[in-house]
Design a protein around this ligand. Sequence first.
Ligand code: NAD
Length: 489
Amino acid sequence: METIKNYINGQWIEAAEAEYASVINPATGEEVARTPLCGPEVVDAAAQAAAAALPAWRRTPAQDRIQYLFKLRDLLKSHQDEIARAIVIEAGKTFDEAKAEMVRAIENVETACGIPMMMKGEIAEDIAPGIDERMLRQPVGVCATICPFNFPGMIPFWYLPYALACGNTYVIKPSEKVPLTMQVIFRLIDQVGFPAGVVNMVNGAKAAVDAILDHPAIRAVTFVGSSPVARYIYLRAAERGKRVQAQGGAKNPVVILPDADMDMAVRIVSDSAFGCAGQRCLAVSWVVTVDQARQPFLERICESARSKVVGYGLDQGVQMGPVISQAARERIEGLIGVGVRDGAQALVDGRGALIPGYEKGSFIRPTVLDHVQPGSELSKTEIFGPVLSLTHVNTLEEALELVNAGVYGNQASIFTASGAAARRFSYEAQAGNIGINIGVAAPMAFFPFSGWKDSFFGDLHGQGMDAVEFFTQKKVVVERWPKDWSRQF
Ligand code: NAD
């Protein structure tokens, strides 16, 4: 069993905390580590180290700062399998899903290596005779990130490389449920040899989060997790005058029109809904079939759901792993029960799954619920498990009304062969990420990872130019150099 350590001021530090959270392999039910539940003292040590490292790091030319990121990128790539293994062990993904996650992480490091170009400012000569004006981007200061459990290797990289490349120093808190992945990654960060204090990690849960939000040296906070916590982070950090962005939960609808390529739609929707056991913030969880699309889609999606090979992500041929914990399994099974109570029909029922050899695992098989009533409890609740709800309507107009009625706005997708229908959908759907014949519309690193309504609190998003804007503050210099003063030369 691994002891989870903090990484502060370039040193691995064993926490003295008496309280800890158990890290359970969700497939085997075994305890694989214990996360120390650190509080204000540890956060203060990390924030102080980051504050002390800031003046020298911000003066380091951007071109030199990114040399550390090039090295990190190479180490992440050559240790991809080792990191993926840690993700499988603590988060329950399949090995392929875990490796794919690291591809997206590395892509963000590569994008941040373009910072010398992206961080440049603007200049206007002669805004008045002999007066010039220029805008520069300078680092914000000490920045911090609070992570969720479902992408332990990728989500830190929506922020870490941009924060550092822009000249900030940094503190990260992984989810207490999945701290192992960042232990592996920080061993690589240690090898990179960043100056001490530039990048720090603290482990813990709410007490550590609150200490980050309250710490006066921390100037900006990014968060990814559930919507109630995202709202709380946004309000508390903003009250203390910090820059903040908080990504929240989701309930992603997908509309299937009758002219869709049905084989493709079923394959992609099935991968999106049941991949990562439905624990992706961009997983489609609610299908709205329009008119004649219902029957062909329904039959094939049930077939696809039944055929998924469920098991331990390190075993060959497994297509779907467990959900994160027994508590999550119970919550999800309870929600399936709520749906059935309210009139939904379980066409494929994944409750009570038993996987031979993994009887202590938190497994649920793919589940398909038909006739989920708009406005019912299930239609409004983020399930975050391998459960697909189906609703049927007669027109695209009605489908759009349903899509836009929800409180979340992370992603909305449509499957159709009609460009006009697709255009109308992308124009009118109220969600930050839109998929057209795409199941997981995850933006590449050089686009913002968007999110609207209760799926996002803030204005600037993670990744791409939004990240550069978030991790820098603008300074405008207006200057006058009278011509006469150059006469001496
Ligand atoms: P969570 O909100 O329970 O936890 C996220 C982080 O917040 C953890 O680090 C945790 O320690 C901390 N935390 C939890 N409760 C807290 C509290 N009361 N006060 C202060 N801090 C607290 O989320 P999770 O279960 O780890 O992750 C799953 C959620 O994340 C889902 O809702 C999913 O949709 C969402 N998510 C969203 C995106 C996105 O891009 N919008 C991406 C991934 C995950």
